[in-house]
Write a protein that binds this ligand. Sequence first.
Ligand code: FAD
Ligand code: NAI
Length: 463
Amino acid sequence: MADYDFDVLVIGAGPGGYVAAIRAAQLGLKTGCVESRETLGGTCLNVGCIPSKAMLHASELYEEAASGKLGKLGIKAQVELDLDTMHGQRKDAVKGLTGGIEFLFKKNKIEWLKGHAAFTGKDTVQVGDRTVRAKNIVIATGSSVTPLPGVTIDQKVVVDSTGALELAKVPGHMVVIGGGVIGLELGSVWKRLGAKVTVVEFLDQILPGMDGEVRKEANKIFKKQGIEFKLATKVTGVTVSGDKATLTVEPAAGGAAETIEADAVLVSIGRKPNTDGLALDKAGLATNQRGQVEIDHDFRTSVPGIWAIGDVVPGPMLAHKAEDEGIAVAENIAGQTGIVNHDVIPSVVYTMPEIAGVGLTEEQAKERGEVKVGKFPMLANSRAKTNHEPDGFVKVVADAKTDRVLGVWIIASVAGTMIAQAAQAMEFGATSEDIAYTCHAHPTHSEALKEAAMAVTGKPIHI
Ligand code: FAD
Ligand code: NAI
């Protein structure tokens, strides 16, 4: 080690960085992790996955009770919203989990360097007044909100996802700019709590990147829930006066502009990699056109000894992808073989119903060759039907010749849980027949996946 302070210095303590640090320490490497936030856990634990799921869970229960839906189960309730307490349990979840990472750092003897890291050379980093030298440096700086030109986020009337998690009162009308994952999850939260919600999406359909049929069905279900959509529409300006906003929108293809009044505007048009202030040039690195740090299959950048993972590198911006890359990069640094199968990264939208997918969409699969598709509606699944959760379907896309599963797409109340089975099957190279002939417990939502797999060869039982 001689004059190195660390075998591994990780920059950023999100799910990519903190997991990389823990695995590196577990492998016997002297490890430090730089984080400029007050708490560990990155976007995911502080302002992303965890607080959004805390609000999604609570708002879902509120809506079920307040809307009288529970009446058909024989449950009558007088319901009142206590938004302060709802926010309180969100903050508790964040505090507990970020504190948990701090505990894991101590347990694994990982030093947390508090402050912003900037490269001063290819193996040196400046953190405050401390200069640190490391044999290996992992860039895991994550991502932040993509701004919309001409629209100022004030976190009061015009908010990003962080502001939208913390609104002090339910807005009368919330306009969401961007019909992607954040827009639909956080739009759902405030819709359930009583806001009118309008989603303005530039493309002609919501949820880009997902299977075409899933996107259409999801749109139909959200409309049924009362969310309004303005598809193929662009926002050309937002002005704020007092506690109200006025948006100017026009058809994406051009045409007459109109205005929309709102009490809250959520800007959720994507996220961009964090490299500002990192002084990558001092290390001999540059970003690509999309601002990402390019890596090879082993997570090495073009500079030996510098590695990168998570949202700052190309690929889906998902916590579990960052975590798996964190493990793999640490194993590679330790001389082991760390691999992430980027063809099998599930993605989940935690709305009600949930929307999940893994592998190729039907459209992508068809571009590569002949496919067979099996579908099964949740309406015909006994458990979903019994639980009054009839919306959605499972779809299995398989190679027409080999029957190998290429993609699985699910809209169902527990799609996020169901997709794990599909990911594991695909990781093992399963055919649709393998899934169809695996015994599934009854009555479970997962039986719908078995039936969809049976439908690939045209033989489901329950439809
Ligand atoms: P991050 O979590 O962004 O962490 C990077 C850390 O690095 C940050 O804490 C930052 O402060 C720190 N940092 C950056 N630069 C420096 C520097 N120079 N010096 C020191 N520290 C630095 N993904 C899912 O899979 N499931 C979900 O349900 C989900 N929900 C989400 C909900 C919302 C509202 C948002 C915004 C995101 C959500 N995501 C979700 C995405 C997920 O949060 C990210 O994919 C994930 O956090 C990326 O992990 P990361 O480690 O690459 O980066
Ligand atoms: P997104 O990429 O999912 O969706 C952005 C949407 O905005 C797209 O539909 C895009 O067409 C649209 N858009 C872009 N510019 C626009 C404009 N000017 N006007 C109107 N619409 C416009 O990005 P989002 O929702 O901000 O989320 C960022 C990332 O965070 C996601 O891609 C995902 O990786 C991650 N995330 C994951 C979650 C999960 O796994 N459940 C939850 C939340 C975020």
